[in-house]
Design a protein around this ligand. Structure first.
Ligand code: ACO
Length: 306
């Protein structure tokens, strides 16, 4: 049974916050942030709902579909506008959708978990699923905490997945979760996001490499077959370490964190859209999508671009 990716769309707030802007209020510097993370600037503003709606409108237009064509909305977000109701029904109503709509929280693996969920929904009779990843991390960031403030940002991305009995874009999927690592990256009700950066870094490289190798084995391909790596955008050093261990040249990895920072479940669609806009994916080529995040959770998938 086949699943095809149709169009993609992204939305980022207009407000650009540079590393120099942050150094005015925090004991940090552009040099430190660039060297340790690869981030130069980030976008701040909006909400999961507004960014999700804006990204979805573009993805639906790029897919050539209207509200009546969508059978289900799965929205990945770690930062819903409210604890309840979920953000997805409000997004759906603004888009003119009348289908079921739900949120999914798998932190920075959220978009990949949402794609996997959508794949399952397509296998049970739905024809088209709108998948969104949108975050308002700035709302849960302590702007006096240099450990987190230099990393987190806001943004949204979306795609439309469609049932196709003639073939499939998704060749394999590997998902994982380990709640024993919950305290490494956490946000209490009413609090701010906190992280043990070193330990998250160490584990992130490990789970990305292990899950990517498993996804490639399941798809029956090797690292040399992969044309493009679309990784979660947390830290360029994590991407460098993981691609090196996988035996994939760094120039095959998409990096947009220099412009957008870490936007959690929006980061993979932001990177995917950038690759499409810049002509980095060609029909028939293989892409490795891979993410990790709080939970901990992780996800890797091999996709053949059609
Ligand atoms: N500016 C300047 N100095 C800083 C800053 C800062 N923003 N932050 C820390 N430092 C200092 C530290 O105090 C330390 O000083 P010391 O040597 O005097 O003790 C020094 O810089 C080095 O700090 P480290 O923590 O060792 O720096 P490291 O190289 O580990 O980088 C970072 C920290 C960027 C957080 C890295 O560990 C990382 O990227 N971790 C993973 C982050 C991640 O992937 N998060 C994922 C998900 S986020 C989400 O899900 C929402």
């Amino acid at each position: 049974m086949g699943v095809r990716f149709r169009g993609w769309g992204i939305a980022v707030p207009d407000k650009v916050v540079t590393n120099d802007d942050l150094s005015k209020t925090l004991d940090t510097s552009d040099e430190w942030i660039r060297e340790r993370t690869g981030i130069r600037e980030r976008r701040i503003g909006g909400s999961a709902m507004t960014l999700g709606v804006a990204a979805a409108e573009k993805a639906m237009a790029a897919s050539g579909v209207g509200p009546a064509d969508i059978d289900f909305l799965v929205m990945a977000t770690t930062t819903p506008d409210r604890l309840t109701p979920a953000t997805a029904p409000m997004v759906a109503t603004r888009l003119g959708l009348t289908c079921p709509a739900m949120d999914l929280n798998a932190a920075c693996s959220g978009f990949m978990y949402a794609v996997r969920t959508a794949q399952g929904l397509l296998e049970t009779g739905n024809r088209r699923i709108l998948v969104i990843g949108a975050e308002n991390l700035s709302r849960w960031t302590d702007w006096n905490d240099r450990n987190m403030a230099v990393l987190l940002a806001d943004g949204g991305g979306a795609t439309v997945l469609e049932y196709d009995e003639s073939g499939t874009d998704i060749l394999s999927f590997v998902l994982g979760a380990d709640g024993a690592a919950a305290d490494l990256l956490t946000c209490e009700h009413g609090g701010f996001i906190e992280m043990n950066g070193k330990e998250v870094f160490r584990r992130a490289v490990r789970v990305v490499v292990e899950s990517a190798e498993e996804a490639m084995a399941k798809a029956g391909v090797t690292a040399s077959d992969i044309s493009l790596v679309v990784p979660h955008q947390a830290n360029v050093r994590i991407i460098q370490a993981a691609t090196q261990r996988l035996g994939i040249d760094m120039d095959r990895a998409v990096v947009v964190l220099d412009r957008y920072g870490n936007t959690s479940s929006a980061s993979i669609p932001l990177a995917m859209d950038d690759a499409i806009v810049n002509g980095r994916v060609r029909p028939g080529e293989l892409a490795l999508l891979t993410g990790f995040g709080a939970g901990m959770t992780w996800a890797s998938s091999v996709v053949r671009w059609s």
